[in-house]
Design a protein around this ligand. Structure first.
Ligand SMILES: *[C@@H]1O[C@H](CO)[C@@H](O)[C@H](O)[C@H]1NC(C)=O
Ligand SMILES: *[C@@H]1O[C@H](CO)[C@@H](O)[C@H](O)[C@H]1NC(C)=O
Ligand SMILES: *[C@@H]1O[C@H](CO)[C@@H](O)[C@H](O)[C@H]1NC(C)=O
Ligand SMILES: *[C@@H]1O[C@H](CO)[C@@H](O)[C@H](O)[C@H]1NC(C)=O
Ligand SMILES: *[C@@H]1O[C@H](CO)[C@@H](O)[C@H](O)[C@H]1NC(C)=O
Ligand SMILES: *[C@@H]1O[C@H](CO)[C@@H](O)[C@H](O)[C@H]1NC(C)=O
Length: 419
C-alpha cells in the first residue's frame, strides 16, 4: 500500500486543515478529544535565570564521574546562557525553509538564540563541520520521519554547509522527500517523508481535508524507507504527531479497530495501541540483522508542542521568550505517554541488539527534555502564509525556528557518532 495524496497534511499545514474541520462536527470532536485529554499546561511565569548554579550541584548529587565522557548522557542537562549565539544565521545558510525562517518572517526577539545545551556530566563540544565531514566520507545518511525531522535536517545542513555546501540530487514533487550530496566528501544525505513509518492510506486533498479516515496497516512498514534502509550507513528515525489523528487500524488487511470512529462499529484501540504496534514493527526491522551491512540507527524521541491558551485551531499561542526552568514543565500527558512508549520499545530493541553484540548500532537521541524546556523556540506566529480564513494568524507551536534550539539536537548527533 502506498500513501495517497500525501502532499498536504495536518502536520505541515495545521492551520489550513483546521478551517475545514471546523465545519465537520465529528472531526472537531476528534481534535478536541486529542488535545483536551490530559493537556494541562502549567502557566508559570518565572524566568530562567540561575542556570549557572543548576548543573554543578546536580552532578554531585548524582555522584557521577563528570570526567568520564563515555558515561555522559548527552540528552540529560540544562539550557545555559550562550552569548555567542547560533553557529549560522539566515544569511549564511540557504537551507532554511520559509516556514521556519523566523528572522525573515519578522520575529522581533533574539533571546531564544542565546542558549546552549549543557549536559550535566560533560560539555557538548562545539560542532566542527570539518571534522564531521572528514569522518563521513563516502557515507550515506537517511533521515526518516515526518515534518519535524524535515525541520531538523535544515539545521543539520546549515551546520555542515559552513564547511561545504551540499548540492541537491533529488526532490519529490512536494519537496517532502529530498536528497543532497556533499560532493567533496561524497557524503549523501536523504530525507524520507513517512509520517507513520508503517503503510498508510491517507485520503486528504491539497487543503488537508479528508473525506475518509486514514487507514494504517500496522503489520506493514512503509516501503519508501524500509525498502531502501540497508543502503544507509546512518539512519535518524522518528515517529510522532500523526498517530494522534483519527484513523482506522488494519492488520492482515482486516480492520482490527480504530482511534476515534464513533460512527463505525470498530473497537476503539487508541493511539497508544497503534504507536506501540508501529514501533514494535520498526524495531523488529532494525534488529533483524540480515546481511553484512548494518546501519547505525539513531532513534529520536517524541517532539512535544507548547500551545498555551488553546490549540492551533482555536487561538493557542507560544509567546514565551525564555526556556522553562528544570522540572517546571514536563509536557502534556499525551506527549509523556507517547514518549514512554518509545522508551519502552527502544529498551526492548536495545536488549535484542545487545544479545547479538551489536548494541553500538542502535542509539537513542532523546531530545524530549531539550525540547520540552524550550517553549520559546517555536515558530509561533512567524510562519509564512499562516492565516485562517478570516485572516487571523494561527500559531505553530510544534515546529522550531531555524536557527534555534533544534540545532542542539544535531550537535548531539554529531558528538554521538564521532565518539
Ligand atoms: C573518572 O573516570 C576516569 C576515567 O574512567 C577515571 O580514570 C577516574 O578515576 C574516575 N574518577 C572518579 C573520581 O571516579
Ligand atoms: C534574515 O534576517 C533578517 C533579520 O535578522 C531579515 O531582515 C532578513 O530579511 C533575513 N534574510 C533572509 C534571506 O532570510
Ligand atoms: C561514494 O560513496 C559510495 C558509497 O556511499 C561509493 O559506492 C562510491 O564508490 C563513492 N564514490 C567515490 C567517487 O568514491
Ligand atoms: C493473516 O492471514 C493469514 C492468511 O489468511 C493467516 O495465516 C495469518 O495467521 C494472519 N495473521 C494474523 C496476524 O492475523
Ligand atoms: C503572551 O501573550 C499573552 C496573551 O496575549 C500576554 O498576556 C503575555 O503578556 C504575552 N507574553 C509575552 C512574553 O509577550
Ligand atoms: C517534572 O518532572 C520532575 C521529575 O520527575 C518533577 O520533579 C517535577 O515536579 C515535574 N514538573 C511538573 C510541572 O510536573
Amino acid at each position: 500500500m502506498t500513501n495517497k495524496k500525501r502532499d498536504m497534511s495536518w502536520i505541515s499545514q495545521p492551520w489550513r486543515s483546521s478551517l475545514h474541520r471546523k465545519t465537520n462536527h465529528i472531526l472537531v470532536k476528534v481534535i478536541v478529544s486529542i488535545f483536551l485529554i490530559g493537556i494541562s499546561y502549567r502557566l508559570l511565569f518565572s524566568r530562567y535565570g540561575s542556570g549557572e548554579k543548576l548543573f554543578a550541584p546536580t552532578t554531585e548529587i548524582l555522584g557521577r564521574n563528570s570526567t568520564d565522557e563515555g558515561k555522559c548522557n548527552l540528552c540529560n542537562g540544562v539550557w545555559m546562557p550562550n552569548p555567542s549565539g547560533p553557529a549560522y544565521t539566515n544569511l549564511t545558510c540557504r537551507f532554511i525553509e520559509d516556514h521556519q525562517n523566523c528572522l525573515m518572517n519578522g520575529r522581533p526577539d533574539r533571546g531564544y538564540l542565546h542558549w546552549g545545551w549543557k549536559p550535566y556530566q560533560c560539555d557538548l563540544p562545539p560542532f566542527d563541520p570539518y571534522l564531521f565531514l572528514d569522518a563521513m566520507k563516502n557515507k550515506n545518511w537517511g533521515f526518516i520521519g515526518d515534518s519535524i525531522l524535515r525541520n531538523q535536517i535544515q539545521s543539520f545542513l546549515c551546520l555542515l554547509s559552513k564547511a561545504e555546501e551540499p548540492v541537491e540530487l533529488y526532490h519529490s514533487s512536494d519537496f517532502k522527500s529530498r536528497q543532497w550530496q556533499f560532493q567533496k566528501h561524497n557524503l549523501t544525505v536523504s530525507l524520507i517523508w513517512t509520517p507513520f513509518l508503517v503503510s498508510a492510506d491517507i485520503f486528504e486533498d491539497e487543503n488537508g481535508v479528508s473525506d475518509a479516515p486514514i487507514q494504517l496497516h500496522l503489520d506493514s512498514l512503509d516501503q519508501s524507507w524500509a525498502g531502501t534502509y540497508p543502503k544507509f550507513d546512518y539512519v535518524v528515525i522518528s515517529g510522532g504527531q500523526w498517530f494522534l489523528k483519527h484513523a482506522v487500524y488494519l492488520e492482515n488487511n482486516s480492520i482490527v479497530g480504530c482511534h476515534y470512529c464513533p460512527d463505525k462499529n470498530y473497537a476503539e484501540l487508541g493511539y497508544e495501541f497503534s504507536y506501540r504496534k508501529t514501533l514494535e514493527l520498526v524495531f523488529q526491522h532494525i534488529t533483524n540483522l540480515v546481511g553484512k551491512h548494518i546501519p547505525v540507527v539513531i532513534f529520536r524521541t517524541w517532539a512535544p508542542s507548547h500551545f498555551e491558551n488553546g490549540q492551533w485551531f482555536d487561538g493557542g499561542i507560544c509567546n514565551r521568550t525564555a526556556p522553562y526552568k528544570e522540572g517546571e514543565f514536563n509536557g502534556s500527558n499525551v506527549d509523556q505517554v507517547m514518549r514512554e512508549i518509545e522508551l519502552q520499545e527502544f529498551e526492548k530493541a536495545k536488549k535484542t541488539m545487545e544479545s547479538s553484540g551489536k548494541s553500538n548500532y542502535l542509539k537513542l537521541l532523546d531530545t524530549y527534555q531539550l525540547a520540552v524546556m524550550r517553549p520559546d523556540g517555536h515558530v509561533g506566529p512567524y510562519r509564512r502564509f499562516h492565516k485562517d480564513k478570516k485572516g487571523k494568524v494561527q500559531n505553530d507551536c510544534l515546529h522550531w525556528c531555524v536557527p534555534g534550539p533544534i540545532d542542539a539536537w544535531n550537535d548531539i548527533i554529531m558528538d554521538m557518532v564521532l565518539k
